[in-house]
Design a protein around this ligand. Structure first.
Ligand code: DX5
Ligand code: ZN
Length: 217
């Protein structure tokens, strides 16, 4: 069964409580944290995660698009993250190992993400440790971009790696997901679909979440 993780980057931050209530039929709440350095945009951080934690029991899927994420693992874990995703490009390999160990030590699910230009092989040193892999299907930084079709072979390759080395690991895709691109990603092995504009751009948000779930195989 496909899981849907609406990205609140496309929510109305002046009405965030209302916009979180609208996605209560989702599986995860995807929270995009951007530092203006790892990506050319700045979004939200620890106090917002803390506030969201108080108003929902859904798992918080926190996507850290920040440089040297090891510095902030403890703070995001304390704030209430259930899944913490860091980027393999965000630090040296030994610091990525430290950050993933810190996530596990905090009792949080550990996830590693690769940007579109990063190969699937970059995940290999850590694949056995991971609870989730996030394959970016746009350049991270902004919502509303077009899905990059050239990432589909990589999704297939990551699915093969997961099946042979760590079958319980989830495979999430993020960027430009709607019903048609979500179907393609799911056919190639993704089991968690992040969707920002496709969810929050809908007139009937619960209906859109159900549609996204149904369009995948
Ligand atoms: C992009 C973020 C995404 C973004 C997706 O850097 O990681 O989570 O919110 O937005 P859509 O679904 O509009 O591409
Ligand atoms: Zn994201």
């Amino acid at each position: 069964m496909i899981k849907i993780a609406p990205s609140i980057l496309s929510a109305d931050f002046a009405h965030l409580g209302r916009d979180i209530e609208q996605i209560k039929s989702a599986d995860y709440i995807h929270v995009d944290v951007m530092d203006g350095f790892f990506v050319p945009n700045i979004s939200i951080g620890i106090p917002v995660v803390q506030s969201i934690r108080k108003i929902t029991d859904l798992p918080l899927d926190v996507h850290l698009m920040i440089d040297r994420p090891v510095r902030y693992i403890e703070a995001f874990a304390k704030a209430g993250a259930d899944i913490l995703t860091i980027h393999v490009e965000a630090d040296k390999p030994e610091e990525i190992s430290r950050a993933l160990a810190a996530i596990k030590n905090a009792g949080v699910s550990a996830s590693l993400s690769i940007k579109p230009k990063t190969s699937a092989e970059a995940l290999l040193p850590w694949i056995e440790l991971l609870d989730m892999v996030l394959v970016m299907t746009v350049e991270p930084g902004f919502g509303g971009q077009a899905f990059m079709m050239d990432q589909l072979p990589k999704i297939r390759m990551v699915r093969k790696m997961i099946d042979s080395k760590n079958p319980l690991c989830e495979l999430e895709v993020d960027g430009g997901i709607d019903c048609s691109t979500g179907k393609l990603a799911a056919e190639d092995g993704a089991n968690v679909l992040v969707a920002g504009s496709a969810v929050y751009g809908a007139d009937d948000i619960p209906k859109r979440i159900a549609e996204l779930r149904a369009c995948a195989p």
